[in-house]
Write a protein that binds this ligand. Sequence first.
Ligand SMILES: [Zn+2]
Length: 250
Amino acid sequence: MVDTHCHLVDPQFVSDLGDVLRRAQGVGITRIVNVGYDVETSRKAITMSVEHPWLLPAIGIHPNEAADESIKEMDKIEVLLSDGKVVAIGETGLDYYRDFSPRKAQQELFRMHIALASKGCLPLLIHTRNSVEDAIQILKEENHHLGVFHCYSGSYEQAKIIMDMGFYISFAGVLTYSRRAREIIQNLPHDRILLETDAPFLAPIGHRGRRNEPAFITETLNFAANTLDIILEKLEAILDANARELFSLQ
Ligand SMILES: [Zn+2]
């Protein structure tokens, strides 16, 4: 099982990372995509992968960071890209819900991430909130077709467009309490779906309001298997194959 999107770089994991990793391995997680959201955490994701090769680093600057400043920092992300262990570019995308920074600047920053992903032939980890349409438009303009819409919050119609473009669609613990997410996943082809925790955020039902961690992905997996009416082991194998394909894993 792969947790395809998790922020173990977050300060919330500093004090008990060893325990968190042991619990993850205890439930059968073999790899975690460890996602940076600014220069410092992107650098940290790479450092962590030296000691723990199963924590796969992704590098990028989250759209909720001040985009004007971030644009100036992108050359530092580009330097980090030269580390051969990086498996994805992100977290990147557009956030029109929180709207922490001007949309124009967010869009420029997103385009810079896409250019980096194209340069490194790497998948993008795309964050969207109230912005799926613009994200689709920009990806089309930049002609990039590799990546995942993480913690998907768009419509089914948009999901169809995204899949036709070649992207995967990923669900976090939100799936366990969102009727909308449940209805969407039921209509998706299984070979386009991924699961993630987005820990320390978005804990699944039963853990809501507390820190999320990779081991809790089993609750989302159980829930997905029930929702899709498919045997758990079978779904797990499909999701594993999807993750291996997207991140070019052995
Ligand atoms: Zn995230």
